[in-house]
Design a protein around this ligand. Structure first.
Ligand SMILES: Cc1cc2nc3c(=O)[nH]c(=O)nc-3n(C[C@H](O)[C@H](O)[C@H](O)COP(=O)(O)OP(=O)(O)OC[C@H]3O[C@@H](n4cnc5c(N)ncnc54)[C@H](O)[C@@H]3O)c2cc1C
Length: 419
């Protein structure tokens, strides 16, 4: 019997384990230091953090799109709490047949010729390995200080709760992470001091409508360059009335478009278009959008465009931050940037893969390099047969690879016996 080791038991690891147990005869060993079904998005969420996708998009079961909405007893159009989705993933995991499944509560340290090396000194012997360790560590601003009032990772347990409610707070970044942080800082305590979010463009994520417009497929056959595509998307969005339908209609083709771009076009996209694209593509739930609008109207959340030039620590505490508009004091600075680039942002396991040549950094440092099936490519350019990657670390080699529908499809493909 073939043994597959799945490294990481977050969303991707649970979906991979499920697909392998349901659709193959393989034995699966899931390696995860915490409880399977947690992970960054759903394990550390608070009750006010909602999914940014409708329930109808979030099924864990590839051939049953309504599975999550039925489990939650809600409409497929609803935006449910992320904590609830974590419960769902854990219930999906708990329902798996146990006779071919082993959970090793440990951290993987690297790969050997015969399986996975564990940080506790053990080894899981396996014929194949699925790497599902999630995002790289958050990017850090160049001006990052080593100071207790600088929170490098807002997901660190208890970090936000430790910020006094009477000090102004700076959020570095204005994406979905900054929204999560602003909601937490204003959710439970009477915060009267303002929150400022600063990002290069000062652009917040946009908001979903209560009911989704059907996606509009766009004919891109005549487009040969990135510029052509941008023009076509803008024209169709203006024509369609609701740009969301055009953005959603593009989603199934994004990987194809991304891989067809030249490296220069990809670089230009990352520099000029990725952020506006993300604002349109990864949208807030309507009720979250309304809450954010209220916070802004009340002057409790301010969003500014521009960079952070420097951060210094005055003797009296807090941090002095040089922004475009001048120097300002904040009681805490929270880094809300998205994932950093590899190799710098690699965790110890991915670092080991890179150091041993078992993987190489993918395009633009956004993730690891893979072949068409998702198998890792080593430092020598050779495909590492039997070693597949799923989830956010596919970014760069692919584009659309971080959300549940894409991870679900990647997990499903693991059960096709070609690797
Ligand atoms: C805040 C947030 C909200 C999101 N909301 C949505 C949404 O509404 N809809 C949607 O479709 N997508 C959403 N996403 C995107 C997507 O669902 C996540 O990116 C997805 O959870 C990724 O799953 P993952 O298993 O790859 O990573 P994670 O869920 O982070 O899991 C990684 C797991 O790997 C384990 N691990 C790490 N290193 C090791 C090691 N060396 N050995 C063993 N285990 C290890 C960790 O303990 C963790 O459990 C969201 C993402 C974030 C960050």
């Amino acid at each position: 019997m073939t043994t597959v080791a799945v490294v990481g038991g977050g969303c991707a690891g649970v979906l991979a384990t499920r697909e392998l147990l349901q659709h193959t005869d393989d034995r699966v060993v899931l390696i995860e230091p915490d409880e399977p079904g947690g992970g960054l998005a759903y394990g550390s969420a608070r009750p006010w953090h909602l999914l940014n996708s409708r329930a109808g998009a979030m099924s864990a079961v590839a051939d049953d799109p309504g599975h999550f909405a039925r489990w939650a007893g809600c409409s497929p159009d609803d935006f449910r709490p992320r904590t609830e989705y974590g419960h769902y993933l854990r219930s999906v995991f708990a329902a798996l047949p146990g006779d071919r499944l082993t959970v090793r509560q440990s951290r993987a340290a690297g790969l050997s010729a015969t399986g996975v090396l564990l940080a506790d000194g053990g080894e899981v012997r396996a014929d194949r390995v699925v790497v599902a360790t999630g995002n790289p560590a958050p990017a850090q601003p160049a001006a990052r200080p080593d100071h207790p009032d600088y929170i490098a990772d807002p997901w660190t347990k208890g970090a936000l709760e430790a910020i006094p409610s009477d000090v102004p707070v700076l959020l570095v970044g204005a994406g979905l992470t900054a929204i999560d942080v602003a909601l937490t800082l204003t959710a439970e305590r009477d915060r009267d001091a303002p929150i400022t979010a600063v990002s290069r463009r000062g652009q917040l994520p946009l908001t979903h409508t209560a009911v989704a417009a059907p996606p509009i497929g766009l004919a891109l056959d005549d487009c040969t360059t990135l510029r052509d595509i941008v023009r076509a998307v803008r024209a169709e969005a203006a024509r369609a009335g609701d740009w969301r339908a055009v953005v959603d209609g593009l989603r199934p083709y994004l990987d194809e478009l991304w891989t067809a771009f030249t490296p220069d076009e990809q670089e230009a996209f990352l520099r000029h278009l990725a952020r506006p694209w993300e604002c349109h593509r990864h949208r807030m739930a309507p009720s979250v959008g309304a809450r954010v609008a209220t916070l802004r109207e009340e002057g409790r959340l301010e969003v500014r465009a521009g960079g952070v030039r420097s951060i210094s620590a005055p003797p009296a505490g807090g941090l002095l931050v040089e922004l475009e508009a001048g120097v300002q004091w904040f009681g805490a600075v929270v880094n809300c940037a998205g994932p950093g680039r590899l190799p710098g942002a690699a965790g110890s396991f991915v670092r080991s893969l890179l150091d041993r040549g078992q993987a190489r950094v993918g395009p633009h440092g956004l993730g690891l390099d893979i072949d068409a099936d998702g198998s890792l490519i080593g430092a020598d350019g050779q495909v590492q047969h039997g070693r597949r990657l799923i989830g956010p670390l596919r970014r760069g080699a692919r584009w659309e690879t971080t959300a549940v529908p894409e991870i679900r499809a990647q997990a499903h493909n693991l059960a096709i016996p070609v690797w």
